[in-house]
Design a protein around this ligand. Sequence first.
Ligand code: AMP
Ligand code: MG
Length: 337
Amino acid sequence: MADACAVCRSLQASLDLSAPLVKADESPVTVADFAAQAIVARRLADALGPVRLVAEETSAFLRDPAHAPALGAALEALRPVWPDATPDALLSAIDLGSPARGAQPPVDASAFFTLDPIDGTKGFLRRRQYSICLALIERGTATLGALGCPNLPLDPGAPLDRPDPAGAIYAADVPARLVLESIADGAAPARPLPPLPEREAGDGTEAPADRPVTVVTSVEPSHSSRTRLLAVLTALGRPFRLVPLDSQCKYALVARGQADAMLRLPSRRDAVYHVWDHAPGAAVAGAAGCVVTDLVGRPLDFAAGVSLANNIGILCAAPWLHPLLVEAVERAGVVPA
Ligand code: AMP
Ligand code: MG
């Protein structure tokens, strides 16, 4: 993960971000998405042998001769961490993560990994927050998760709207309820994040009614309905503060107690939530002691296909706040029956 962060960081500094690449489905992509998927998939396979990996990207774009400059740029960016990479090796590594494309993931298998090589592509393009997100899913539950957050400061007092020079990595073991936090360049040892209730012990498990509830939300209005969020927070009846932030860095903020909650309210009935967009963050927040469910309080089901077909929206919150928000969602009437 530290190597993937370094590769993305160098690409964010060197790429022309004003003209992103566009995939066949018209969504934006960058050389960093391909490079990060290649290095994470390669390292997983090197460490574990053949793995089932459901990842966001395929090599199709880079295999198009018209996109040879992008392939060359990805190869160049990977050199420091994968010196003998060849074009074929890079493309094959990306495809280690593609067997489930167009099909259902192996949900009846005991386990599979899921990877979003750059979550928050728009944040990456804005030179703001983005994350490299990996999870292990076993029987529908995220049991391990890692978030590489190259621009996220460890210091909760540092500004979130400009790239931190060091960045942060979170690695979670959910059954062990352990989250390791480290700076993204791997230069200092990781340390365990204190469990959330312990961090809240100073001011009690329930926040005083007059402390604003901090809610972290998408920057992109189309990704989560701001109107519905405001309806829920009005129904909650407490003062609140919104922190817009791109990517699964939002889950890291709730995990480390810097935000009280993250809500994702579908803007459209047909909104699709992918496993790679939530399993890694849910693992980190869950292992830190947060409660992560959908908007009506159901556990997230990561075995329903590449999307979260059995859930509606996302609600990740500190334990004291989660039940209050489930009630507020119901009172606000924002979840379609
Ligand atoms: P965020 O950083 O909160 O803006 O979320 C980024 C993620 O939102 C991306 O990885 C996309 O897969 C996902 N996304 C894209 N379009 C939508 C949409 N209409 N509704 C919900 N999520 C979306
Ligand atoms: Mg994503």
